[in-house]
Design a protein around this ligand. Structure first.
Ligand code: BES
Ligand code: ZN
Length: 632
């Protein structure tokens, strides 16, 4: 297709901007501004947080104080800028020695619907500590308070937080920017008999009186602050690994994730010592809006990956990999998100290759490839600027950048590098990258500079051959994407072809297929199918009643598209139970395409909405044009 006049200019402009970037010396930290934070880190930085909060399940709020240790970067700075959203600030005290406190003047700036408000605190020349007494609002975006019946055991309430990308500011007044790191201590009071865990040192049993204390001595950015409270137990799966889950889930969870210690050894063998001491995982109720979240020392995970066959444990490899890519070397702003996720998908793939097999890793890579193609297809136009790795999210919600571009285009770019320079050189480079940049942040421009100085300089001509600038600053999918079709999936496609040619589904060769092959089978079916065809496949393979959420999700989208209404009851119960945005989004999006589908979607949503995390509610309200903002 001929490039339009406008896109031609945009491409030229990006190339020029890129060249301008090349001539600069190493891009310095002081040049970094985060469009999603009000903080002024070039003036004052928070270096430590001492959090003391009570979890109030009755009012669905947190209440307490955040005592911040600050460091003046600019000696004459007299104001501290923090990020807050949906929060009541009761009072602010400042101190130079931590003992003598003085009431400080503070103001709240104008509210932005995405960013919240700046909390601006007046400082003295020698202020070192700032103590903020506050309470959160019900409905704060990071917090989900669950009633008993939304948990597995239905015996106690549950609280979970999700801070990434910019929700930490809804439960802690903080400099909420991935480029700013601090250590933290916390004391959290929960109802007696409950357990609480944070992205920090954790105990393994219930504490009398419900008082828990935490310590995180490695500096982390605010998006990695996390808390969960409820009725759960701990079980070790290895010397430094274990699972927290509700008593009724712990056996299945411990079996599903038994390979965690092995994954850690593989990860360390690839990219260096694990720097966070323990690696545990907590299984949350199904309303958790993500599959997994890499909270340091304790991954938060959806229960939907417990399938009884370990088919979705790549998710653990993914969150574990973030202990290096993301948690050690962190995207400086959400515009650099691909550095977190692209590296992590690459690392995840390497762990799975070693844990299972290269053929297994190739299946995962092909799923990535198809996700990426579908994602690019869904953009309008297909060369939208949002299909660039170096995305610009200024003025928008960083959620807009959570697409297959960051994950899968990022992954394939790194894979291309690996193939160009060879594994040995690439692994050496990545080891050095994690080592030299540990506990620091990285912008896309800094990464490109680092790559040139530490890898590409040893391979003359490689930069041009891989088309570095096109990959990072260009749109769409470059034609040299290193896609190697999976042989296992080829066998699946042969069976689809046989079925299309008229062979009965019962005669297809599907023995030994794993969930991935079934996923690929459904994905390879013709776009448009008759209700009769859907029905035959369903009666032979029982897709509607499948218990693997990845299989369910694509089958349900296909059912909606082909008006296969027999799947509706299963779709409804799936949508009511599971709050994982990755699954809700495609199903609701497909439903709203027709009048009839939209009616069904709204009917289900009315029931399901109160089960979802505020983050998922936010996205689904937009998809469904849902106006009713009553508290649910
Ligand atoms: N860090 C992400 C989740 C995230 C990204 C939350 C951006 C909020 C904003 C996490 O590591 C992730 O990528 N989770 C995936 C699973 C993974 C196997 C691809 C998910 O939840 O689907
Ligand atoms: Zn991730």
């Amino acid at each position: 297709m001929k490039m339009s006049y406008l896109t031609g200019w945009i491409k030229l402009l990006s190339a020029l901007l890129f060249l301008a970037g090349c001539t600069a010396e190493s891009p310095t930290e002081s040049a970094i501004t985060d469009p999603h934070s009000y903080s002024h880190p070039q003036e004052v930085r928070v270096t430590h947080l001492d959090l003391d909060v009570v979890v109030d399940f009755n009012n669905e709020i947190l209440q307490g104080t955040a005592l911040l240790t600050i460091e003046k970067v600019q000696r004459n700075a007299r104001q501290l800028y923090l990020d807050v959203k949906d929060m009541d600030i009761h009072s602010v005290l400042i101190s130079s020695d931590g003992a003598e406190e003085k009431v400080a003047k503070f103001t709240l700036g104008e509210e932005d619907s995405i960013l919240g408000q700046p909390l601006i605190i007046d400082l003295n020349s020698n202020t070192r500590f700032v103590s903020i007494s506050y309470s959160t609002h019900p409905g704060a975006e990071a917090l989900q308070f669950l009633s008993e019946d939304l948990t597995h055991d239905k015996e106690a309430k549950f609280l979970l937080t999700q801070s990434q990308a910019i929700n930490a500011r809804t439960w802690v007044p903080i400099q909420d920017s991935p480029g700013i790191r601090f250590t933290y201590n916390a004391t959290v009071k929960v109802p007696d008999g409950m357990m609480a865990v944070m992205s920090a040192s954790n105990v393994q049993e219930v504490m009398p009186g419900g008082v828990y204390t935490f310590e995180m001595n490695q500096p982390i950015p605010a998006y990695l602050l996390a808390l969960a409270a409820g009725r759960f137990v701990f079980r070790a799966v290895g010397p430094r690994t274990g699972i927290y889950a509700e008593p009724g889930v712990i056996d299945d969870a411990a079996w599903e994730f038994e390979e965690m210690e092995k994954m850690m050894r593989i990860a360390e063998g690839l990219y260096g010592t694990y720097k966070w001491e323990r690696y545990d995982l907590i299984v949350l109720p199904p309303s958790f809006p993500f599959g997994g979240m890499e909270n340091p020392r304790i991954t938060f995970a959806t229960p939907t990956v417990i399938t009884g066959d370990r088919s979705l444990v790549a998710l653990v490899a993914h969150e574990l990999a973030h202990s290096w890519s993301g948690n050690l070397v962190t995207n400086a702003t959400w515009n650099d998100f691909w550095l977190n996720e692209g590296f992590t998908v690459y690392f995840e793939n390497r762990i799975m290759e070693e844990l299972y097999s290269p053929a297994y890793a190739r299946m995962l890579a092909q799923i990535s490839y198809e996700d990426l193609n579908d994602e690019v297809e869904s953009f309008w136009p297909n060369d939208s600027l949002d299909t660039r790795l170096a995305i610009d999210l200024t003025g928008r919600n960083p959620d807009d950048g959570v697409t297959s571009i960051a994950y899968d285009k990022g992954f394939f770019f790194l894979k291309l590098l690996e193939e160009k320079v060879g594994r040995a050189a690439f692994d050496k480079f990545i080891n050095q990258y994690f080592e030299e940049n540990a506990f620091q942040t990285m912008t896309t421009a800094q990464f490109v500079h680092y790559l040139r100085e530490n890898l590409l300089n040893q391979f003359p001509g490689a930069e041009e051959e891989i088309q570095l600038s096109e990959w990072i600053y260009g749109t769409g999918i470059p034609e040299n994407i290193p896609h190697h079709p999976s042989e296992k999936f080829k066998a699946v496609e042969d069976q689809v072809a046989a079925w299309i040619a008229g062979i009965s589904p019962v005669k297809l060769t599907t023995e030994g297929w794993t969930a991935h092959e079934w996923q690929h089978f459904i994905r390879s079916l013709p776009d448009s199918m008759s209700v009769a065809q859907m029905s035959v496949l369903d009666s032979v393979f029982a897709f509607s009643a499948n218990r693997n959420p990845e299989v369910q999700c694509i089958w349900y989208v296909k059912s909606v598209r082909n008006r296969y209404a027999a799947a509706n009851p299963e779709i409804k119960s799936f949508l009511i139970k599971v709050g994982r945005r990755k699954f809700l989004e495609p199903i609701y999006k497909e439903l709203v395409k027709t009048e009839e589908g939209k009616k069904f979607a709204l009917e289900v949503y009315k029931e399901a909405r109160s089960h979802y995390h505020p983050i998922a509610v936010h996205t689904m309200d937009v998809i469904l044009g849902y106006q009713n903002h009553e508290p649910s």
